[in-house]
Design a protein around this ligand. Sequence first.
Ligand code: F6R
Length: 613
Amino acid sequence: MCGIVGYIGHRDPLEIVISGLHRLEYRGYDSAGVAYLPDGAQQIEVIRAVGKIKDLERAVQQKAPVPGIHHVGIGHTRWATHGAPTELNAHPHRSNNGKFAIVHNGIIENYSEIKRRLTEKGYVFSSETDSEVVAHLLEELYEGDFRAAVVRMLEHLQGAYGLCIMCSDHPDMLIAARKGSPIVVGVGSGETIIASDVSAIVNYTNRVIYLKDGDIVTATTSEVDITECNSMPVSRETSEIEWDVEQIEKGGFDHFMLKEIHEQPEAIANAIRGRMILEDGMSVLSGMQMDAFDMARVDRMIIAACGTSYYAGMTGQYFFEEFAGLPTGVEQAAEFRYRNPVIQRDSCMLAISQSGETADTLAAVREAKRKGTRVLGICNVVGSTIARETGAGVYLHAGPEISVASTKAFTCQVAVLALLALGFARTRRMSMEEGRHIVEGLQQLPDLVRRVLETAETIREVAERYASYENFFFIGRGYMYPAALEGALKLKEVSYIHAEGYHAAELKHGPIALLGEQVPVVALAPDTPGKGKTQGNMQECLARKSPVIALATEGDEEIRTHCTDVLFIPKCPEFIATVPVVVVEQLLAYYIARARGCPIDQPRNLAKSVTVE
Ligand code: F6R
């Protein structure tokens, strides 16, 4: 995820900003940049580089800013969302007159509209980013008062932002604003550091102010003034940081896996933000580069992926068939590439990959393209090979996933697949009313996940009681079948426990022979049409003395007669139940692995991106 650092004070701003950017490296990024104001200059200078901070440092040394620069500077690490990771797309972005430089985290949803209007007025854009509009809007709205221009500029923005801005006319001032993307202000003596994350601040001061959504902060070397967006002054508490840097990078969590599990409400909100129109019951995914006519012509969907992404793809199959009545096959990418699959002329392939670098998925993409199929990518990493080679598709905007075990990418993939299926469905049999129902369901997702996360302590207690078992089964039917496969995969990856996912009805066709006191079964039985049948299967497990942990819907007290332990998810429509259920499974796997003392973020033998066959 992108990182922001801004500095105003008595020290060399570039040194502090670059050292802050180093501290943000753990968040993942693909390019970086800084802005500063040479003494006596009317225009801000910007230095940017693709790659690592050391590449940026090299570029800074080459440009060798003369001694005597104003003691204000901003910097950014970019994790590409709109536009490939290039120098031009890297932040800071500058206004055409060189007076303003900005760094931005988040997504400006209405940037195309603003860009079109500003371009007509003669403003020249040099990047493909959504963020650049902020710099040009400031130039357009500036009448000599820096703060007033920022306030007016913010009124034009829709979406999410954490912003830090400098202005050459006001070298003694740094302004930041937040809505939906964190900004923290470090209050030092005779200096202020603004950052998206305390890890960039902690080396200089442990006194910080966490901005709230809608806050605008104006910092000078000696003062920090905070107002709400209506310019009313507000006071925010100053906190003392007590964590060390490593803890801070993990956001206070013990592992990246846990941090990423907890990031899911925000990640899912980013994945769906600006991509649905409630009143039309529609999704809008411009990256697909397909209009209604193209979508209506697709007669078969082929989903190719590996591992967790494959299980998200299986969930996608249910969406495409249920919402759109579109025949859909899910292919293990490794199998697809060698099987000489039959592909009809109007098929469309969806290649799903968090990293966008998985060798088998990439090979499947190439094979499908060779056969003349339209291929769309669903990737998290912008500019990754699959994203580039498919050339069209949907980014997850989940932020970087550092833990080897995939968590937030899965739930975002499921959300994006639902959006895609909705788009196809509305060119077919789905009515506007039904479309609205889907949109409303998807809008609930961040909150549903938040409510599951609130039950983490209960999940931990259950996990610790089951941590010494060596074999597990996960069972489910319908939407809960792929969720069972994903639950078993998560558990075996991080805890090294042998776990198998099965369709609930399949147990009795063989695996039931393994059941017994030492083999717990996790049964996915929320309020969905197959629940009654799954309860029957749970009884079969209990009869063979297997302990049964049920995942059920809040309020379902009757479930206790079919299981040994129960964990609840909030009430929700069937088609989105996968997401809260999988979040429970992620926490279960995490806490079991922790109780067993496993190296959770880097399990043995596993790699984050599998670039070999
Ligand atoms: C599981 C996991 C892997 C990946 C698989 C595909 O937690 O991380 O199973 O899902 O290697 O990776 P991507 O999605 O990057 O193609």
